[in-house]
Write a protein that binds this ligand. Structure first.
Ligand SMILES: *Cc1c(COP(=O)(O)O)cnc(C)c1O
Length: 240
């Protein structure tokens, strides 16, 4: 058994354990394997264990894998920062985008999706900066309802819920609980079903709070070599 299939088994059993402890159904938590910087061969290993959802941050790197692995019918989630000149390519090749935090980006994604796949709206999460961390993107909590209302006019996207990335030093339980409260205050009237939060170090805490999608990279694929930051190319932006 490769280390990837072993790690996936461990992560899945920990997701199940955390869900059960929280009185939730394990099937209500979807695992997104974050494969940024990992080769297509690593994704193939994960696929063999039944893993279908993959998260990517660096567009150029992702597009190579999307085309190499096209036969596998994977579900691709864009979880990186979105540059407005990349929205067309993102809308065309991904099924989900977790990092929408501006009306301009939402509109560009919607227009691009309508031009290529008008029958199937792009699934979107609105990214919230729950800890008011200056280094993180995302909306202030009190701006979420307005952006959701603007997005409701855009027929090429369908807002499914909220997403957050925590600051490293924060107490994850308290931040995830605040996210869950914000989500629950809006989800029924908005018809949302997705709360995307939790990474390798803290997904159990996120599941306890109510996460429905955890985005797990290093705990599945091992450590990665991050590209060097650069202003002009998404593929070279440093990840959070
Ligand atoms: C890299 C990344 C993850 C996964 O992080 P790990 O700590 O490797 O699990 C999750 N979400 C986002 C937005 C990321 O950029």
């Amino acid at each position: 058994m490769s280390h990837i299939s072993h790690n996936l088994r461990t992560v899945r059993s920990q997701i199940q354990h955390a869900a059960e402890q929280a009185g939730r159904q394990p099937r209500d938590v979807r695992l997104i394997a974050v494969s940024k910087t990992q080769p297509a061969s690593a994704i193939h290993r994960a696929f063999e264990t039944g893993q279908r959802d993959y998260g990517e941050n660096y567009l150029q790197d992702a597009l190579t894998k999307v085309s190499t692995l096209a036969d596998l019918q994977l579900t691709w989630h864009f979880i990186g920062r979105i540059q407005s000149n990349k929205t067309r390519s993102i809308a065309e090749h991904f099924q989900w985008v977790h990092t929408v935090d501006r009306e301009k980006i939402a509109r560009r994604l919607s227009d691009a999706r309508l031009a290529t796949q008008p029958e199937t709206p792009l699934n979107v999460c609105l990214q919230v900066n729950i800890d008011d961390d200056a280094s993180k993107s995302g909306l202030a909590p009190d701006a979420v309802a307005d952006l959701a209302a603007q997005c409701a006019e855009l027929t090429g996207i369908r807002v499914r819920g909220l997403m957050t990335i925590l600051a490293q030093s924060e107490d994850p339980d308290s931040s995830y609980q605040r996210m869950a409260a914000l989500y629950q205050s809006l989800a029924p009237q908005q018809g949302w079903d997705t709360l995307s939060m939790g990474m390798s170090g803290d997904y159990a805490a996120a599941i306890h709070a109510g996460s429905t999608m955890v985005r797990v990279g290093t705990a599945i694929f091992g450590p990665r070599i991050e590209p060097i930051a650069s202003g002009s190319d998404t593929t070279l932006e440093r990840s959070p």
